[in-house]
Design a protein around this ligand. Structure first.
Ligand SMILES: Cc1cc2nc3c(=O)[nH]c(=O)nc-3n(C[C@H](O)[C@H](O)[C@H](O)COP(=O)(O)OP(=O)(O)OC[C@H]3O[C@@H](n4cnc5c(N)ncnc54)[C@H](O)[C@@H]3O)c2cc1C
Length: 373
């Protein structure tokens, strides 16, 4: 057990990143009376590339933490898949998902962590982790530009990309693209997935009668657009009849956001006293709408392991945490990759639709994985 140093003072935890993973970990640790500092580089509310559908996995974490429900959440009961020719297949979600913007959700969770006693450094960027017996963080205050070094007993890495690990994951060939729209002609209780030429995307209702649109797009296609994302999206729309139909009267109400789309698994070789959570631990294909749920659940697991070790004054059981992570990510990783391939490829998607007409199995394999565990 490498992350197991007994302490002679009250343990201090530093968390890097206030996405769903970082804020949930901070909330649990602070409620348990453990001194916790959360470092976030952006001011909130801030937008983020995401499909903005929260799966039952994440909703369950919020319920266990006694959140009483978020304002204006869109309740999603169905998933509808459209191929490029407009053919549709629909499955009822085994458990509802929520449509909610990252603007609202992430600020809500951060405020809950603050109310529980978490010390928040924002806007501040962690520039370096010095792992080891006595881990330290190099933090830059983004208002004063001053650099300070903070001591911790454990560091939770929740930066959404594992960029501060000694061997960060290599980038994928895909980008995520998203914006909010008004007047989309789409159902208010469904997450919809659309095939485009060799890739895919989705539409989901969020709060205030708006819609979030998010696509996975191959990097060359984004590069070729030379920054004209409206033109890129118009081309994507033209590749799917159902999408063209639903977007006819729609108007964009927020900025386009583009970011690298991560996809990796890294449950070994964590630096001493550093615990990755959420997308810093592993990232699945976004098609299943599971990323935030996985972020929250992995943060809950990591924080509970830490609380248990600290309160009982025993070593942190890293092996137990890593095997819980493996169980969490295993099925979803394959189901979401398979679903992304099926939806992105016209040939496979034809076969998927033929199968879906008889027993729904291929699409439901992936879509039922949403919120299953
Ligand atoms: C196209 C697309 C669609 C998606 N659709 C969905 C969906 O519908 N449903 C779903 O559940 N998931 C979806 N996801 C995945 C989801 O967005 C991620 O899984 C989720 O955001 C991971 O949460 P996290 O807390 O681990 O990291 P993030 O949400 O990435 O949060 C990381 C935070 O760390 C901060 N940070 C980073 N580096 C530093 C630093 N050095 N110092 C200080 N702060 C730092 C960032 O500013 C950020 O606030 C989608 C992803 C993409 C790309």
């Amino acid at each position: 057990l490498n992350n197991s140093r007994p302490t002679t003072h009250d343990p201090r935890i530093c968390i890097i990143g206030a996405g769903p993973a970082g804020s949930i970990a901070a909330l649990i640790l602070s409620r348990a009376g453990i001194a916790t500092t959360l470092i976030e580089q952006h001011r909130f509310p801030r937008d983020k590339v995401c499909g903005e559908c929260l799966s039952a996995l994440g909703i369950d974490v919020l319920r266990r933490l006694r959140f009483r429900g978020l304002p204006n959440v869109a309740l999603l009961n169905r998933a509808i898949l459209f191929d490029q020719t407009g053919r549709r297949t629909e499955v009822r979600l085994p458990r509802p998902m929520w449509g909610i913007s990252r603007n609202v959700l992430d600020e809500y969770l951060l405020n809950a962590a603050r109310a529980a006693g978490t010390k928040i450094l924002q806007p501040a960027r962690c520039e370096q982790i010095i792992a080891g017996e006595n881990p330290q963080l190099r933090i830059r205050d983004l208002e004063s530009n001053e650099l300070q070094t903070i001591d911790a007993d454990f560091i939770i890495l929740a930066d959404g990309k594992a960029a501060l690990l000694p061997a960060p994951p290599s980038p994928t060939a895909d980008m995520g693209l998203k914006a909010h729209f008004a007047n989309v002609n789409a159902p208010a209780d469904a997450i919809e997935l659309f095939s485009a030429r060799g890739h895919y995307g989705g539409i989901a209702p969020i709060e205030n009668g708006l819609w979030n649109i998010a696509f996975s797009v191959p990097q060359p296609r984004v590069r070729d657009s030379r920054g004209n994302l409206d033109a890129l999206f118009a081309n994507i729309i033209a590749e799917n009849i159902a999408l063209s139909d639903q977007m006819r009267d729609a108007s964009r109400v927020g900025e386009w956001l583009v970011s690298a789309l991560p996809r990796f698994e890294g449950f070994s070789n964590w630096p001493m006293n550093v615990i990755p959570v959420g997308n810093a631990a592993a990232a699945v294909e976004p098609i299943g709408g599971e990323g935030m749920g996985l972020a929250m659940r992995s943060a809950e697991l990591a924080a509970n392991h830490l609380v248990n070790a600290i309160h009982r004054n025993i070593p942190l059981n890293i092996k137990s945490l890593q095997s819980a992570y493996r169980r969490l990510w295993r099925v979803r990783r394959f189901a979401c990759r398979a679903a992304a391939m099926a939806v992105s490829s016209p040939r496979i998607s034809r076969a998927a639709f033929a199968l879906a007409r008889t027993d729904n199995s291929l699409t439901t394999l992936a879509l039922r994985a949403i919120g299953k565990f």
